[in-house]
Design a protein around this ligand. Structure first.
Ligand code: UDP
Length: 426
């Protein structure tokens, strides 16, 4: 046995040890369901024409659409509907984790890597994990390319566990309203791509726009800081940032579509304005950090125009000088990294005077991007644990924000849910 087939065999054994007990349990459920279903077949064959590993079609079994809706719901909720998928893994037609099962047409249309066909497809893919976690910031082709370069048993176990964990935070919003609110703080429910398009439109139309990001800490602060709350209520786009907002949205039945934050938005925004006349000004963080960030940005996006950089610890009496500097540099996008609420209050007060078109409050972005403070690894962000990493990095500053703040936030959300429940019963 060569090392590749040894590897595939170990992978299969590991999958079997996970799937066989589960399949036996679901199989028993299926037998009972079959007795209850009377004249109906529970599953019908729906072959999937797909591309990969030399196969042309995959014998996929799906729930019989003729079954009564409530019975289908029961089969889905109990997990019995998953059984044919598990059987595909047991028959070695698929792996638990691998490139997403898709047709040849999809592979071509999405420009997915050709060498995906060398391995079995997966019931769970790295792409589906990102969709589940509201973290779809790259194309599927890029995500798959990264996956294939790192593929291995340990990496796949990580994806599997994160996929299960991500399911606990609630479903990705299939249907959503564009405007939602939590704790009296309004937010827009857009994808990152839509947010970038909206910013580009604001630049084109010269429409002055304040973009803010809110996490549970910001919602808490807005309850005791009237000026901050009013700023957020008047800001043009307030975006939900982090796992806390997602859980809150789920509890309140207002599913958050995508986790939006300055750190993930920045590369997409820079790409969109690279080689245009729109210049970015970096305002915030400790002396030297904004300049270092400007260098990093310039080397990653050579065609980006950087209007200037200024640290965030200037005296009140210097504000007029800073505003004049931003104006003189013909700034289109002003990134302000003072942390909340200071940054949003500053943008609210001074954006018009600075002449910048779009002002974005970005928190600790400059520290992350300049490498001053390392950002949580991707696997931690994918399971919504970035805050734990921040807590470990700066326990003295962050313990109140996260350990107390998260409980206060959760309490607020549950009270809001109970109140809205009472209101709808009246
Ligand atoms: N900061 C600043 N001026 C101030 C206070 C803070 O420029 O008067 C900077 C600080 O150096 C840090 C950022 O604001 O870079 C705040 O980061 P924090 O971690 O609080 O923001 P978050 O990303 O959590 O919103």
């Amino acid at each position: 046995m060569n090392s590749a087939s040894k590897h595939a065999f170990c992978r299969y054994l590991l999958q079997m040890s996970l799937l066989l007990p589960l399949s036996l349990l679901l199989g028993t459920g299926l037998l009972i369901a079959r007795l209850l279903s009377g004249p109906w077949e529970i599953f019908v064959l729906d072959p999937l024409p797909w591309s990969g590993s030399g196969q042309q079609t995959l014998d996929r079994w799906i729930l019989n659409p003729a079954l009564p809706e409530r019975f289908q719901q029961f089969l889905r909720r109990s997990g019995i509907s998953l059984l044919p998928l598990l059987v595909l893994v047991i028959r070695r037609r698929c792996d638990l984790v691998g490139p997403r099962l898709c047709t040849a047409a999809e592979v071509q249309e999405l420009c997915l890597p050709a060498h995906r066909a060398d391995v079995l497809p997966g019931l769970i893919s790295s792409y589906q994990l990102k969709v589940r976690m509201n973290m779809l910031f790259q194309s599927e082709a890029e995500i798959e390319q990264q996956y294939l370069s790192r593929r291995g048993m340990l990496h796949d176990c990580g994806i599997f566990l994160r996929y299960l964990l991500a399911g606990l935070y609630g479903a990705t919003a299939a249907q959503h309203r564009v405007q939602e609110q939590i704790g009296g703080v309004p937010f827009i429910n857009l994808s990152q791509e839509e947010l970038v398009s909206a910013i580009m439109l604001a630049l084109r139309l010269q429409c002055r726009t304040h973009v803010a990001f809110v996490n549970p800490d910001c919602v808490n602060k807005a309850q005791t800081d009237a000026e901050y709350k009013s700023c957020l209520q008047q800001a043009d786009w307030v975006c939900p940032d982090g796992i806390g907002m997602r859980i809150a949205g789920h509890l309140l039945g207002r599913e958050v579509r995508q986790n939006l934050n300055g750190t993930d938005l920045l590369p997409a925004l820079c790409k969109a304005i690279e080689n245009s006349s729109h210049a970015v000004y970096l305002l915030g963080a400790k002396p030297g950090v904004a300049e270092k960030m400007a260098q990093c940005l310039q080397s990653r996006f050579p065609g980006l125009r950087i209007a200037g950089a200024q640290h965030g610890y200037f005296a009140e009496s210097e504000t007029a000088r800073v505003i004049a500097d931003i104006r003189a540099a013909n700034t289109a996008i002003l990134l302000v990294g003072f942390g909340a609420p200071k940054q949003d209050i500053w943008i609210h007060r001074h954006l018009a005077a600075s002449g910048a078109c779009v002002g974005i409050g970005v928190g600790g972005l400059f520290d992350f991007y300049s490498g001053n403070i390392p950002r949580a690894p991707l696997w931690m962000r994918e399971i919504g644990m970035e805050w734990v990493y921040r807590l470990i990095q700066e326990p003295q500053r962050m313990w109140r924000r996260y350990l107390i703040g998260n409980i206060v936030f959760l309490h607020r959300v549950i009270s809001e849910k109970l109140h809205s429940g009472k209101r709808s019963m009246k």
